[in-house]
Write a protein that binds this ligand. Structure first.
Ligand code: DX5
Ligand code: ZN
Length: 228
């Protein structure tokens, strides 16, 4: 049974004054969950939020919460993000020396465990960890900010990853997520390359108007459904 497609709006660029209303609008538009960009100012040159914001969102919505930890030594906080209500927690391959242990700890805590690779990190480094992961997040921008330009080499990496998963017999169990610079004019390329979970930030939350956010989400969802 193939991995199901998910549209996961990133709240990073949302108008935080109005976050609840905008999150509800994105869900009304067809989002399959929310992507929470956690940043520590060390692994990436930006600082966002901790488990409390994830908890505020998870508590008020029944939706799938996908926490992307762009932090050094993510093992220190991974469990806290699961306890806060994350259904999926991803850690960067570049930031975690004990990946098998940390992914296993996330799974034991009850969430899906994911590993993230930056644009210059090859898919090949993942071969040994894929049997212990539930999803792989392929970054199509350098992590740290929303509103950046899509890095097209990510498409080949998604294809390489899908081939590697098929070689290992994991293609029906491990989801491939792509994150960064995804717009209406490139999302079909990302899906055609084999992506299952699509993260979209500024292209959905660019407006503070909930109706616009809902419509933005609906337009991406329409494209995803063509590949379902
Ligand atoms: C970047 C984050 C992405 C980003 C996506 O470090 O991981 O999730 O917020 O935003 P857009 O879609 O605007 O690139
Ligand atoms: Zn992200």
């Amino acid at each position: 049974m193939a991995v199901e497609k998910k549209l996961l709006p990133s709240i990073l660029n949302a108008d935080f004054w109005n976050l609840g209303e905008l999150v509800e609008a994105a869900l009304e538009g067809g989002a399959d969950g929310l992507h929470m960009d956690v940043m520590d100012g060390l692994f990436v040159p930006n600082l966002t939020f901790g488990p409390s914001v994830v908890e505020a969102v998870a508590r008020r919505t029944e939706t799938f919460v996908d926490s992307h930890l762009m932090i050094e030594e993510p093992a220190r906080y991974a469990a806290a993000f699961v306890s806060a209500g994350s259904n999926a927690v991803s850690v960067h391959w570049e930031a975690e020396r004990h990946l098998h242990r940390t992914l296993t700890a996330i799974r034991e805590k009850g969430a899906l465990a994911g590993v993230v690779i930056n644009p210059a990190t090859p898919v090949s480094v993942l071969e040994e960890v894929l049997p212990f992961t539930d999803f792989v997040l392929v970054m199509s921008v350098n992590p740290g900010f929303g509103g950046q330009k899509f890095i097209p080499t990510a498409l080949k990496k998604v294809e390489k990853l899908k081939n590697l998963l098929a070689k290992l017999g994991l293609e029906d169990r491990v989801a491939v997520e792509v994150d960064g610079g995804i717009k209406l004019d490139n999302v079909e390329d990302v899906l055609r390359a084999g992506a299952d979970w699509i993260v979209v930030g500024s292209a959905i939350f660019s407006s503070p108007d909930p109706r616009q956010v809902r419509d933005n989400a609906a337009r991406f969802k329409e494209k995803l459904l063509k590949f379902a």
